[in-house]
Design a protein. Structure first.
Length: 253
């Protein structure tokens, strides 16, 4: 079996545009993506979207501060477990969850994959533990009792170069993206929040909320270099780009 990549939309969030691009006004409605990678040695999910409790009362779950700046468009059937089941994949059959980082819209579905190990950058895990349920983190999202595999820097998940965690610090202190090499679709970088929008990369425009601007700019330049070599950049929350992304069961590669 070759390496395959599938995309899922796990709801939408409406947030201030300034979160995405510094200095912008107004609001923007953005997708919450998750990706399934099937490999001969296991099934991997990159990011898991929102917690199931936000289906009914998101403000009660995420708290007043996050609810103030996030409007949820998230309905039953959009949670990651339901997306997988509709695709014919048992959520209990996922082997590894790779979180780009531990903000609530990227790891909220972790507990829906009960048998998966969670693979995260060590510095991201340490940062999440330090800030607890503040700054976009919710302890209940990521402290699920699952086995955690904390890695440092670049990490080859299966040892064959097809699925590789890339440190892309900047959005958070321990953010990572994922490079996936497929036989039919070529090479992809799943950005997570390392690069929200196509406009961010084309114009080197930073978001308004960021942990380390210089680190984020260095990541943009690295992504540009990879793009110049034919790598497909999967922007993290770009609504226009997302309309061009085939959804499962259609595969990207």
């Amino acid at each position: 079996m070759s390496v395959q990549l599938h995309a899922f939309t796990c709801g939408w969030l409406t947030i201030p545009r300034a979160f995405m691009l510094d200095g912008e006004d107004g609001l923007i409605k953005v997708p919450v993506p998750s990706y399934l990678i099937t490999h001969p040695k296991g099934r991997v999910l990159f990011d898991t979207g929102l917690h199931a409790e936000t289906l009914e009362d998101p403000a009660a779950y995420v708290g007043e501060m996050l609810a103030r700046y996030h409007t949820f468009d998230f309905t039953p059937g959009q949670e990651i477990a339901a997306r997988l089941a509709a695709f014919g994949v048992d959520p209990a059959g996922i082997d590894i969850v790779i979180n780009s980082h531990l903000h609530f819209d990227h790891c909220g579905g972790n507990a829906q994959l009960p048998n998966a190990d969670v693979l995260i950058q060590r510095r991201e895990l340490e940062h999440a533990r330090a800030v607890e349920s503040t700054r976009g983190y919710l302890v209940s999202d990521w402290d699920t009792g699952q086995r955690v595999r904390a890695v440092e820097g670049e990490h080859d998940v299966f040892g064959d170069g097809t699925v590789v965690c890339l440190p892309t610090y900047g959005h958070t202190p321990g953010h990572q993206s994922l490079r996936v090499r497929t036989e039919t679709g070529g090479e992809f970088v799943l950005c997570g929040d390392a690069c929200y929008l196509r406009d961010s990369l084309e114009k080197l425009r930073l978001p308004g909320v960021i942990a380390d601007k210089e680190a984020a700019l260095a990541v943009f330049r690295r992504l540009r270099e990879m793009q110049s070599r034919g790598v497909t950049i999967m922007y993290g929350h770009d609504p226009d780009f997302w309309t061009t992304v085939p959804q499962a069961p259609v595969r990207l590669g």
